[in-house]
Design a protein around this ligand. Structure first.
Ligand code: S3P
Length: 443
């Protein structure tokens, strides 16, 4: 059932808060725990629908998954190749990451698993993952490019060397995960660096992973070659999941546009492959700093301090897109409050997220009387320094569209109505509560 919600004019957002665990790291902690021998104790796991779908999938394939308290989970893995056939279909709900990473896992097992998802996930392209996995030997029934899809691994998976046709950490990760099962070395070449949590965490769990920068040559662009040694043995290890910078983005944005605000978000992941949004905000003139920078579990984290700021429009180059791919709807809404034009380039991948985010974002801006253009793969927002608002936003089963426009509503002249607040639970169930804790108002 859908439930609409709107944000009310808010000011003086204040406080020190923590956002829930990073979604990408949470999925990987569960999957690598399941493929390890021994125990993986996780603190700070994101308990959102997407990650719970991953946890349920590995439990359905014979892994012991125990919930010990808020964010505290214990996984007793079955080792690489040790999963058993699921007795029921695997439902990945709204989560592209869960479905695509688990395709890499199934590639290494000789049993059938049927993958299903909600309407949004069933519309998203799977060929980008199925192509390389099929090259390694994964078989399928039904539609190749969309869920529902029944998959079964071959007797012997083959290692491959694959050039990513799109900058996607999900595709890269699915191949590297499948590579764990194959003999020899499996490599992925990427020309644009995408989030590297799989590489970091596989190394932490004992796999042999190398990352080699490659210079441009006559036959190839510059990039990096990421390789994993197959027939790997992973050993369970404790994981503490840092705060999700993609969730912190919504609180950061709210503090920037609500007058008199000054908030600190503690313990946020600031991995260089994830902070394009924050770099862009600094260029826009945001009063924002990373404080107390430190390393936790092999990942850099920091406390983000942010105060209300008058933003100015900037050009966001296409090569920054992978490091802020989930933050464009929020940035587009912020750009409406800036003075001048913000040009966000190279957003093709936004068309295949939980919704066509490029269209959904522009439709939302239009509904709120914000002027914008889509030219090719670029989104251009003409900031007027303030936002009329008053629009009705169709979220299209996309949590980030819902949260972005709820934040916009906090500083718009007229409240903006978002058609479905329930979809937020896929990534950030405590969003409304945390926002209210710092002083934001909704009705
Ligand atoms: C993710 C990668 C990104 C991102 C998604 C999470 C991951 O998707 O949009 O929210 O955890 O690997 P793509 O790999 O499709 O760009």
């Amino acid at each position: 059932m859908t439930q609409s919600l709107s944000g009310l004019k808010s000011e003086n957002l204040k406080g020190t808060v923590q956002v829930p665990g990073d979604k990408s790291i949470s999925h990987r902690a569960v999957i690598f725990g399941a493929l390890s021998t021994g125990e993986t104790e996780i603190h700070g796991l994101l308990e959102a629908e997407d990650v719970l779908a991953t946890a349920k999938a590995v439990a359905d394939m014979g892994v012991s998954v125990e919930h010990l308290g808020t964010g505290h989970w214990k996984i007793r893995g079955n080792g690489v190749g040790g999963l058993s056939a699921p007795s029921n279909q695997l439902d990945f709900g709204n989560s592209g990451t869960a479905a695509r990473l688990m395709m890499g896992v199934i590639a290494g097992h000789q049993f059938e698993a049927r993958f299903v998802g909600d309407d949004s996930l069933s519309r998203r392209p799977m060929a980008r993952v199925m192509d390389p996995l099929h090259e390694m030997g994964l078989n399928w029934h039904e539609d190749f490019d969309h869920l529902p899809l029944t998959l079964f691994g071959p007797e012997r998976l083959m290692p491959i060397s694959y050039k990513l046709p799109v900058p996607s950490a999900q595709v890269k990760s699915a191949i590297l995960i499948a590579g764990l099962f194959a003999p020899g070395v499996t490599s992925v070449f990427e020309t644009e660096a995408t989030r590297d949590h799989t590489e970091r965490m596989l190394t932490y769990f004992g796999a042999e992973v190398t990352v080699e920068p490659q210079a441009a040559s006559d036959s190839q662009d510059a990039g990096q070659l990421i390789s994993v040694k197959g027939e790997a043995e992973l050993v369970g290890a404790p994981v503490t999941v840092p705060g999700d910078p993609s969730s912190a983005a919504f609180l950061t944005a709210a503090a920037l546009i609500c007058p008199g605000s000054d908030i600190t978000i503690e313990g946020v992941l600031v991995n260089p492959t994830r902070i394009g949004f924050y770099e862009t905000l600094k260029e826009m003139g945001a009063d924002l700093s990373f404080e107390n920078e430190r390393i936790s579990n092999g990942e850099p984290i920091a406390d983000i301090r942010v105060k209300s700021s008058q933003l100015k429009g900037v050009d966001v180059p296409p090569e920054r897109a992978p490091s802020m791919i989930d933050e464009y709807p929020m940035l587009a809404c912020l750009a409406a409050f800036a003075t001048g034009t913000t040009k966000m380039q190279g957003l093709n991948e936004l068309r295949v997220k939980e919704s066509d985010r490029l269209t959904a974002t522009q439709d939302g801006l239009k509904a709120c009387s914000v002027s914008s253009d889509i030219v090719g793969d670029d989104l251009i927002v003409h900031g007027a320094g303030s936002v009329e608002g008053g629009g009705f936003i169709k979220t299209h089963m996309d949590h980030r569209i819902a949260m972005s426009f709820l934040v916009m509503s906090l500083a718009a002249k007229e409240p903006i109505v978002v058609d479905d607040k329930n979809i937020i639970a896929t990534s950030f169930p405590s969003f409304i509560g945390l926002m209210e804790q710092i002083g934001a108002r909704f009705s």
